[in-house]
Design a protein. Structure first.
Length: 275
């Protein structure tokens, strides 16, 4: 197979460039760690629960590093072909169309595979040669191997809370990434974030965070996952629109996270006590 070295900016990827600084409040030294990983061509795994800021962080880093960001939401039906590319019939002719991963490699973008464990293991194997010293993507159907330019980076996200035997990351995949732990931001920062994102006063945002933290304590008592920062922001937005605060909390927090009536009742009690 011929090895082609991808030229950065070979493709028009302007649509993936983030031109305005995304609002992101660093929680620890994740910005420094990610920057160091990027400089050293190391793939990164962002580990943490849903809705705690991983995607926002990726947007912020792509903006800061001035690279296009190509995000791929992983799911069971995602195939290696979806990632790499396929031939498409266009009128009388057949044309090759790069998949998002190939596009990211060729253009020196940051490729973010969200919820990587959702993808089948045979699909994920295509990222392996991109995550070691080779940094290549073989395109079997074209008989070419594309080498990633130094600007290209691969990152994935993974929620350890959903771990199961069927949906776990194989060690052979895991050990190709450095991992950064993410969690819900500490109360004071989460208050600022909720206030900023929902355009709500800090006092009410603080109450939402207090409710969120109390609900998170149920995690080991029947709740699969704590309430996310995202849901606290949703509650804030409903309140700002004039929905009665307790009801907004029930709609955005109690109901989405569980179908268990007993747990919902307990969460309602927390809401009533704090809001
Ligand atoms: P994840 O990708 O972890 O599921 P998101 O990045 O979509 O979660 O986070 C949900 C929302 O929470 C974001 O849209 C953003 O509004 C807010 N958020 C969470 N953490 C932060 C943070 N550190 N700085 C700014 N916004 C944050």
């Amino acid at each position: 197979m011929a090895i082609k070295c991808a030229l950065s900016e070979e493709l028009p990827v302007d649509e993936y460039l983030i031109t305005e600084e995304p609002y992101y409040v660093p929680v620890g030294n994740e910005v420094e760690i990610f920057t160091a990983a990027y400089k050293n061509l190391l793939p990164v795994n962002l580990k943490g629960p849903t809705g705690c800021g991983k995607t926002r962080f990726m947007e912020y880093m792509a903006w800061k590093l001035q690279r296009p960001l190509i995000t791929i939401a992983c799911h069971e039906d995602l195939t290696a072909t979806d990632l790499v590319g396929r031939f498409l019939i266009k009128g009388e002719s057949v044309e090759w169309s790069d998949g998002p991963l190939t596009k990211a490699v060729k253009s020196g973008a940051i490729c973010y595979l969200d919820e990587v464990v959702e993808a089948r293991k045979d699909t994920i194997v295509v990222i392996h040669p991109l995550t070691d010293d080779r940094r290549i993507i073989p395109i079997d159907k074209l008989g070419v191997i594309v080498k990633a330019p130094k600007e290209f980076m691969l990152s994935v996200s993974y929620n350890p809370g959903y771990q199961s035997i069927i949906k776990d990351m194989k060690q052979s995949t895991r050990q190709r990434f450095v991992a950064i732990d993410f969690d819900y931001p500490p109360a004071e920062l989460e208050k600022q974030i909720v206030a900023h994102e929902s355009q709500l006063d800090e006092k009410t945002a603080g109450l939402l965070v207090e409710i969120g933290q109390s609900i998170r304590n149920f995690k080991h008592h029947g709740l699969e996952e704590g309430v996310s920062t995202r849901l606290l922001i949703y509650a804030g937005k409903l309140i700002r629109e004039g929905i009665e605060p307790k009801e907004a909390c029930r709609i955005a927090m109690a109901k989405p996270i569980t179908d268990n009536p007993d747990l919902q009742k307990s969460i309602d009690e927390i809401i009533a006590a704090i809001m």
